[in-house]
Design a protein around this ligand. Structure first.
Ligand code: DC
Length: 229
């Protein structure tokens, strides 16, 4: 019989911005020797393309065509994923504020989402992946071996984002308001709104350290690899 410890799982980590998904997914993947796929980076890359081509964020057909004609790739690299748009490394550019806002707007379109989901399935299908996003456990891999929904109190999530970007004062208030608006959009859009899958394990990271969250998930992974042990 195949050694169960060699099973390459598909691990889905979903949740809102600022809950700690990216850091946890990347640390977990490194520990397990898995690939960390950050699905939000693909929406961000398409959003950047729309900005560069001056395309409307509301034109679903044009966005789909742009997606179909672009090459958006995620590469595993030391220190995290690298993202390429048509061959160019856009990993830093896609973290900027205009792209963050645009990504939230283009991701409401069902046809754009279908295209993204198909690409993400291709990337993760062989297992040995930690994929993070908003709809991984509900749409991309509804049969994932382990589904985590990582959440935290909204005030804490905002504060974490502001600390990460070292923003204070009035710009911080504006950024916090933008985050709340993106959250609202993610949770209320008609196509694949952000919700925990029914069989997801919800972890509230409000009062947990990164190490504590990671330990909990590692225990769950161990149970999936060798049930009953
Ligand atoms: O995780 P992130 O902040 O990089 O995601 C950027 C945007 O993309 C976010 O506003 C929601 C959207 N997104 C999505 O709709 N589905 C995903 N699986 C990942 C991200």
């Amino acid at each position: 019989m195949a050694d169960p410890s060699q099973r390459k799982l598909i691990i889905a980590i979903d949740g809102p911005a600022g809950a700690g998904k990216s850091t946890i997914a990347s640390r977990l993947a490194r520990k397990l020797g898995y690939v960390n796929l950050e699905s939000g980076a693909m929406y961000r890359a398409l959003a950047l393309s729309a900005i560069e081509w001056d395309s409307s964020f509301d034109d679903e057909a044009a966005l789909l065509k742009m997606a179909q004609e672009s090459s958006i790739t995620l590469e595993r690299a030391v220190g995290g994923n690298r993202v390429r748009l048509n061959g160019k490394d856009v990993s830093e550019r896609i973290r900027q504020r205009d792209v963050t806002e645009a990504a939230s707007r283009i991701s409401v379109h069902p046809k754009v989402r279908e295209w993204m989901v198909a690409r993400q399935r291709e990337m993760g299908i062989g297992g040995g992946v930690v994929m993070e996003g908003r709809d991984i456990g509900t749409k991309v891999f509804p049969d994932a071996d382990l589904k985590i929904f990582l959440d935290a109190d909204p005030v804490i999530r905002e504060q974490r984002r502001l600390d990460q970007q070292q923003v204070k004062g009035a710009p911080a208030q504006a950024m916090a308001a933008e985050l709340r608006e993106r959250d609202r959009r993610d949770r209320t859009r008609a196509a694949s709104p952000l919700v925990a899958a029914e069989d997801a394990i919800v972890i509230d990271s409000t009062n947990l350290t990164e190490d504590e969250v990671l330990n909990r998930i590692e225990q769950l992974v161990a149970q999936r690899i060798a049930p009953g042990r």
